[in-house]
Design a protein around this ligand. Structure first.
Ligand code: BGC
Ligand code: BGC
Length: 642
């Protein structure tokens, strides 16, 4: 026993003399001996490329990949200096000259800066191309999501995805923050129109098809070796954004948007998780975290739901992007918020403006061991995986060949078909519809009859959207004029005032454009102006048709009897002629309600999950899935209610 101590000492001395010597020049960094880079080689498997590239990256380069900056808040030079991994256009992030060429030039400017970095890692540009690449002037604007769901036609949703992808690439943008796969249970939410349906299965079917359309490599389009994604879709906002409680939002005047969800986990999984599982299975490589909270904790800080459920249980291999400044909402102390979000599983931060603040917080968190480099590696791996799958390393720059797809005949035809199929016939008495094309005289009223901006809604050119002549397209009025016989007289007056009488009157009513929580609204009644237009027109026409332009059901109970026919047309986009096609019988009504139609404001929220057994005046005006037109569909006899 006594000899043990000197023996140990001897071993230690020997071990020490065997360890590598300090570098000859004091202060010089040891040169890492990495094998030749394989990540630029497109014939290598993506996982091998990811690991190879990751092994070459410094901490600064990794943090840069996790940083997404809004286009107006950064100069290209800083993209190089800070290795910024992503740039986005927010709802109002258009280049000053809103043409496809100007978009390509802008994206190219940022990409040139990214490609000037040591490792030449391309940045990825993202945008909300939610109903077509609708921020681009002159793009094909498809119906908003509630309208797409009304078609109940996944194959059509897939075609919309493909066409949208092409018009994104026309602007040089390979990534869209869509689709919203919320399953809204309360139509007072301002994002109801951006969501497909209150029904989990319908949402899942339509969203999955749309994701496939965006992401699948189309036949005949030149792609690069190793590329497996055409463009990148984002399933959002994970999870429960359609389930918030009225009045629970802490954001400004918002009521439901960004609020709190209190359902139990079984309900969360049953109603809101299936679209994510389907999206993951369909190959979605990006998911956006929700501004909302689950049981009082912001989703951006929910490690169990983000990491354990989405990444580990559902097998999501892509990356989680934060929502716009969503991390900041976790905690008033930014450092605390960043640590919580990244450790919960957020991989990329939509900062969106003060990127130095984020980068510094990340560096400090690594220094202080609040975030491990292992977590950062996991985040960067996921981001790089998507970039390789998109073929960005081979083709980082915008491809001018896609510019000619903008508003191509083929895309416009898909949009028009979508409008035709989305229309839901709510009532049709006295055979008011279809209208004969040789009707001698037609009166048309309502602002929506002659307003492209109103047809498009929010997220069109600008974040909130705008009324008026904001984009190229066909209004309802113009297409009626084109469609009717040469002998038909069509007169238009927004307020429904005409001299004389007509055989048929069409009043177009609805909502003015809005986006997000600014559209949270307790009162979904028709506006006074709309009711007045209906009342003005009624005595002047034999048959009265009302068309509703709104992304969600409106309360029309008091006016229902005043018109012979009622049509829900959602927010159809730029191809207003799809509406005239159906009104005048060139295409049948096939749409079905994606949301329960309320009888009163007081009934809200009402949906298929809480209206079971409600009858008479307690029942909704029209149930989920309702729609006349197809053989066998029956009108609902409405009770007389107080
Ligand atoms: C941006 C949108 C963003 C919103 C967040 C707007 O200024 O344009 O993209 O969604 O702010 O509140
Ligand atoms: C919205 C997101 C959107 C983001 C970027 C946020 O305000 O909630 O849906 O993708 O802005 O525009």
């Amino acid at each position: 026993m006594k000899r043990t101590a000197p023996l140990l000492l001897l071993i230690l001395i020997l071990l020490n003399s065997c360890s590598p010597k300090a570098p000859a020049t004091p202060g010089a960094a040891p040169t890492p001996t990495l094998p030749a880079a394989i990540y630029p080689d497109a014939s290598q498997p993506i996982e091998a490329r990811v690991e190879d590239l990751l092994s070459r990256m410094t901490l600064e380069e990794k943090i840069g990949q996790m940083t997404q900056v809004e286009m107006g808040s950064i100069q290209p030079a800083d993209v190089s200096t800070y290795f910024i991994g992503s740039i986005l256009s927010g709802g109002d992030g258009n280049p000053p000259n809103n043409t496809a060429q100007a978009w390509q030039d802008m994206v190219k400017g940022f990409q040139t800066a990214a490609m000037a970095t040591r490792l030449k890692i391309p940045m990825i540009y993202g945008i909300d191309a939610t109903h077509g690449n609708a921020h681009l002037y002159g793009a094909t604007v498809f119906p908003q999501e509630s309208g797409v769901a009304a078609t109940h036609d996944p194959a059509l949703a897939q075609k919309i995805g493909e066409a949208t992808a092409e018009e994104m690439l026309a602007t040089g943008v390979p990534w869209t923050f869509s689709p919203i796969v919320a399953v809204p249970q309360d139509i007072r939410w301002g994002r109801t129109y951006e969501s497909y349906s209150e029904d989990t299965q319908l949402t899942t079917e339509i969203a999955t098809a749309y994701i496939k359309g965006l992401q699948s490599l189309p036949a005949g389009v030149k792609t690069s070796e190793g590329q497996s994604l055409f463009t990148l879709a984002t399933a959002k906002h994970y999870i429960g954004d359609g389930a918030t409680i009225w009045g629970s939002s802490r954001t400004g005047e918002y009521l439901l948007d960004q609020g709190n969800v209190q359902v139990d986990e079984a309900t969360l999984r049953k109603l809101y998780l299936p679209p994510y599982q389907a999206a993951v299975d369909a190959g979605a490589m990006s998911v956006m975290a929700s501004f909302s909270s689950y049981r009082g904790t912001k989703m951006h800080a929910q490690k169990y739901l983000l990491t354990d459920v989405l990444k580990n249980e559902l097998g999501f291999k892509g990356f989680i992007v934060s929502d716009w400044g969503g991390i900041d909402q976790i905690d008033p102390d930014y450092y605390t918020a960043v640590v919580a979000a990244i450790n919960a599983g957020v991989d990329m931060n939509m900062v969106p403006t003060d990127y130095m603040n984020f980068i510094n917080a990340m560096k400090q968190a690594v220094d202080d061991k609040d975030i491990t480099e292992e977590r950062i590696n996991d985040a960067v791996r996921r981001i790089l995986r998507a970039k390789f799958a998109l073929g960005l390393f081979e083709h980082p720059y915008p491809d001018p060949a896609f510019i000619s797809t903008v508003r191509s005949d083929e895309h416009v035809a898909i949009a028009r078909q979508a409008v035709q199929e989305s229309l839901v016939l709510l009532k049709n008495d006295n055979a008011a519809l279809p209208i004969a094309k040789d009707t001698p005289k037609v009166f048309v009223a309502g602002q929506g009859a002659d307003d492209i901006g109103m047809l498009c809604g929010g997220w069109t050119i600008t974040w909130q959207g705008q009324t008026g002549n904001i984009d190229i397209g066909t209004t309802i009025l113009n297409s009626i004029k084109t469609l009717v016989s040469a002998d038909t007289t069509v007169e238009y007056n927004p307020t429904g005032k005409f001299s004389g009488k007509a055989n048929t009157g069409i009043v177009v009513v609805g909502e003015m454009p809005y986006a997000e929580g600014l559209g949270d609204k307790a009162d979904l009644s028709l506006s006074d102006a709309d009711i007045q237009a209906i009342n003005n027109m009624r005595p002047l026409v034999d048959k009265l048709v009302v068309v509703i332009i709104a992304g969600r059901p409106l309360v029309i109970t008091g006016q229902l009897a005043s018109a012979d026919a009622w049509v829900a047309a959602w927010l159809p986009g730029t191809e207003g002629e799809g509406i005239s096609d159906v009104l005048f019988g060139d295409h049948p009504f096939v749409g079905k309600l994606p949301y329960t139609w309320p009888r009163t404001n007081a009934q809200l929220p009402i949906n298929e999950n809480n209206s079971d057994g409600k009858t008479g005046c307690d029942a909704p005006l029209f149930p989920f899935g309702y729609g006349l037109g197809e053989a066998g569909s029956q009108p609902i006899a409405q009770p007389t209610c107080p």
